[in-house]
Ligand binder design. Structure first.
Ligand code: FE2
Ligand code: FE2
Length: 306
């Protein structure tokens, strides 16, 4: 069904802000991630998760098809503003792409559990709700966020939140699994993209550079770890191993991200090393949105050019 939506305009690369190849890479990435996540998240089915992930953003194609210029404006605003695309869509069109896609799913008689997950993928998660329907909705929301962290979809502003981690009760072992999964997913997506005749993207750099993390909040730490590892960086966990002088002087260290868990004396030592360092508390103050989410792109840009 997703494919029949895109078939309305098979060769259209006319959108400035919603490149179709990026869109399908993001949809495939989300689908494969959701399928993998379903193997560790209770009450979810991998096949349902895959379909929900593949179709979750198709409402964007419909909005673009029917409101072309207005949607281009919304996409352009979302990439600049500290607001999600879904919130801007609601302001402009009184419906967002998630809810619109769910309406289509209902029309096509797609099972409720998938329809519900697609419709809710931009909604704040509600702790009180439980059961398989809510579990799949939370899973798709997380899969979408991780896919954006991997920076394979470029539509809209990409925000991450620690909510999904909390609500899905993800543990360190789950994150280790997700980190390992990311590389396999990237490869799977590129193989599938070749079948569609999409251009190749540069996969994984040969020599990942280490990034030292000294974050206190366990959920934020897991989230930043995911972002950093999705860009193929090695992570040095400062709570486990303080940075040795050798490491500091080797110049192989790409960047340091720390918060108050690092003593001031240690901060001074890191600063003196001239390795680019980000105070995560400061970063949060500057960039955290009203909805309590962080724009991933700012962290990506900082990592790329520290
Ligand atoms: Fe979306
Ligand atoms: Fe998405």
């Amino acid at each position: 069904m997703s494919l029949s939506v895109i078939k309305t305009n098979p060769n259209d690369k006319g959108s400035i802000h919603l490149n179709q190849e990026d869109f399908w890479r993001h949809s495939l990435t989300t689908a494969i991630l959701c399928k993998k996540l379903a193997t560790i998240i209770p009450n979810t089915d991998p096949e349902e998760a895959f379909i929900a992930g593949l179709m979750h953003d198709m409402g964007k194609l419909v909005l673009l098809e029917f409101t072309k210029n207005s949607y281009e404006i919304a996409l352009a605003q979302a990439s600049k503003a500290k607001a999600t695309l879904a919130a801007l869509e609601r302001e402009i069109f009184e419906i967002n792409h998630a809810v619109l896609a769910a309406e289509l799913c209902r029309h096509w008689l797609i099972p409720d559990v998938i329809t519900n997950a697609i419709g809710k993928h931009h909604e704040p998660l509600i702790k009180e709700e439980s059961g398989p329907d809510q579990a799949l909705a939370e899973l798709v929301s997380l899969g979408n966020q991780i896919a954006h962290m991997m920076d394979m979809g470029k539509s809209g502003n990409h925000l991450i939140s620690t909510e999904a981690i909390r609500y899905l009760n993800l543990k360190k072992a789950d994150f280790d699994f997700i980190q390992k999964t990311i590389k396999a997913v990237t490869k799977g997506v590129e193989d599938a993209a070749k079948l569609f005749g999409f251009r190749e993207t540069k996969l994984i750099e040969a020599n990942p550079l280490p990034v030292a993390l000294g974050l206190e909040d366990p959920e934020e730490k897991m989230l930043v770890q995911l972002i950093v590892s999705s860009k193929n960086h090695l992570i040095i966990d400062l709570s486990k191993e303080p940075l040795s002088e050798d490491r500091l002087n080797s110049k192989s260290l790409k960047a340091i991200i720390y918060d108050k868990s690092i003593p001031d004396s240690e901060k001074e030592r890191l600063k003196a090393s001239q390795i680019p360092a980000l105070d995560f508390d400061q970063w949060k103050k500057q960039y955290k949105t009203d909805s309590g989410m962080y724009p991933v792109s700012y962290l990506h840009v900082w990592l790329a050019n520290p």
